[in-house]
Structure formats: structure tokens, C-alpha cells
Design a protein around this ligand. Structure first.
Ligand code: AMP
Length: 283
């Protein structure tokens, strides 16, 4: 395929992709909310390499926003996004309206146990149920062989993997590493909303996480927590929301760093009015 095909309806998308699958082509899928950056594009390049057809979706999913202001201010840059998709030879863009995705009020409630109660789940009630609903719908429409998710949203990745198991979905979930700016800031569509002063401060987030990774064996959890709180909150306009070191599978807090395996340090904070998240694997 040469030119980017843009579909806005479920019917057109699924008709086209069903035909592709029945002709024996594999489908790699990257769901996004747009305002595309190198982080998204890396997922897409990999999906393009590993599949016959690359499908991307752009949909700012209203039901995963617990904060109306955040939804209103979320960057929307469709024309620019389309140019980026063309530059990496994306085959299909699915860009539906909210009405197309949710013709009726959505009532599904998923049970992810502890996984959606902690960290993001605790601070953004209903967020992961909204994510799971939209991802399940998108999988039903696109029927991908493989779907690519960034480790930037680590908790989301674990929840999507759980969704796939719970619902016996046939899609393979491919986790992809975090893409960072040169100064360490994790790429995010929300970075566009930072003022120049805030942007200058932002690399402190990754520096703090690196300190945690490099020094966890020298300190207790309490000391590490205290360090992170003071490193973050001592900057003007920066306010820590949470910092947790959790088990990568269960997302339960690690109580003792010595001997604990496969843990990940996760952070969420406000920089001015912009909420940012990041994480680093400890082992
Ligand atoms: P979003 O548009 O923010 O919903 O992100 C769409 C996908 O891109 C998700 O799987 C994210 O985890 C992933 N993603 C966003 N930013 C990055 C990044 N800096 N590095 C790797 N993946 C990312």
C-alpha cells in the first residue's frame, strides 16, 4: 500500500481491514490520542516492520478523562499528525468522532482487581475503565494481530495485558520502551502545554528517577520517598502527586528493596497545570 487511507467510520474501517486480513495480511495497530511525537512514531515504525499493514488510531477518548479541563486542553493537531503518519508510511488512520465510538452510553465495568486501584487509578477515578472500554472497542473494530503500547504508561500496559487475558483476545500486546528527549524528559503530548520555564525544569523528573535506580540499595524505602518528595517539591510550580516503587506484575508497593525483583518506580506530578507521568525499571 502506498497512500495513507483515512477512515472516520467503524463500517469503512472494518470492511477494509477484514478484506486485508482475509487476503492474508497481518495487521499491526498503534492506538493513540494524537498530537503525535517521536514516542508514538517509534511504536509505529516497529509495528510497520513487524506486520504487513500499519493501522493507527487517533481518538481523544472522553470517557478516560476524569478532569474536564484536561480533556478540553488536550492538544489536537490532526493535520500535523497526518503529515507525520505519511512520513513513516502508515497505511491506515482511523479517526472516529465520539458519536461514532459511543452511539450509546457506555455501561461496561471491568474488574482488574488491585491493578486499577493504585497510582493512576487512585488519582484518576474511572480512568482505566475508560481506557479498557475504548481499547476493547478498537480491537474489535481493527482486529489486529499485534498492538503496540508504550512503557511510558506502564500501568496502562499491565491493564491492557490483563484485559487481553480476561477476554481471551487473540491480539499480541507488544510493550515498547520509553522514548525521551535528549535531556531525559519522557516524550508526551502534554509536554506541548509546558511554558519555556516549566520545560527547563522538567528534566528533573528523569534525573530523580535515575537517582532512585542508582541508589536504592543504599537507602530505605522511607529515605528514598523523602528524597523524591523534596527533589520534586522544591522546584517552583512542581507538585508531586505520587511516587511508588511497585512490583511490575501486581503493581503492589515494594516494602523492602533488598531482594525484591522486577520492580518499577513510578511518578506523577504537576508542573504548573500540566500533569506528567514517568517511570524507571529498578531491576
Ligand atoms: P497517547 O497518545 O498518549 O494515548 O499514547 C499512545 C501510545 O503511545 C501509548 O501506548 C503510550 O504509552 C505510547 N507513548 C506515549 N508517549 C511515549 C513515549 N515517550 N515513549 C514510548 N511510548 C509512548
Amino acid at each position: 500500500m502506498e497512500k495513507l487511507k483515512i477512515f472516520n467510520t467503524v463500517k469503512d474501517t472494518s470492511e477494509f481491514l477484514t478484506k486485508q486480513s482475509s487476503d492474508g495480511r497481518t495487521i499491526g495497530f498503534v492506538p493513540t490520542m494524537g498530537a503525535l511525537h517521536e514516542g508514538h512514531l517509534e511504536l509505529m515504525r516497529r509495528a510497520k516492520l513487524e506486520n504487513d499493514i500499519l493501522v493507527c488510531s487517533i481518538f481523544v477518548n472522553p470517557i478516560q478523562f476524569n478532569n474536564k479541563e484536561d480533556l478540553k486542553k488536550y492538544p489536537r493537531t490532526l493535520e500535523d499528525d497526518i503529515r507525520k503518519l505519511e512520513s513513516i508510511a502508515c497505511d491506515v488512520l482511523f479517526a472516529p468522532s465520539a458519536q461514532e465510538m459511543y452511539p450509546e452510553k457506555e455501561k461496561t465495568v471491568y474488574d482488574f482487581g488491585n491493578l486499577d486501584k493504585v497510582m493512576e487509578g487512585q488519582h484518576r477515578p474511572g480512568h482505566f475503565n475508560g481506557v479498557a472500554i475504548v481499547v476493547k472497542k478498537l480491537f474489535d473494530i481493527i482486529q489486529p494481530d499485534k498492538a503496540y503500547f508504550g512503557e511510558k504508561d506502564f500501568q496502562q500496559l499491565v491493564i491492557i495485558q490483563t484485559l487481553v487475558k480476561q477476554q481471551n483476545l487473540s491480539v499480541e500486546i507488544v510493550p515498547c520502551p520509553i522514548v525521551r528527549e535528549k535531556d531525559g524528559l519522557a516524550m508526551s503530548s502534554r509536554n506541548k502545554r509546558l511554558s519555556p520555564e516549566e520545560r527547563k525544569l522538567a528534566p528533573i523528573i528523569f534525573k530523580t528517577l535515575q537517582f532512585v535506580k542508582n541508589n536504592f540499595h543504599k537507602f530505605s524505602i522511607e529515605e528514598i520517598n523523602k528524597h523524591v518528595v523534596s527533589e520534586i517539591n522544591s522546584n517552583p510550580g512542581m507538585k508531586l502527586e505520587y511516587f511508588e516503587i511497585v512490583d511490575k506484575k501486581t503493581l503492589s508497593p515494594i516494602t523492602n528493596l533488598i531482594g525484591s525483583k522486577d520492580s518499577i518506580a513510578c511518578i506523577a506530578l504537576f508542573l504548573g497545570k500540566v500533569r506528567l507521568i514517568d517511570n524507571i525499571a529498578i531491576f
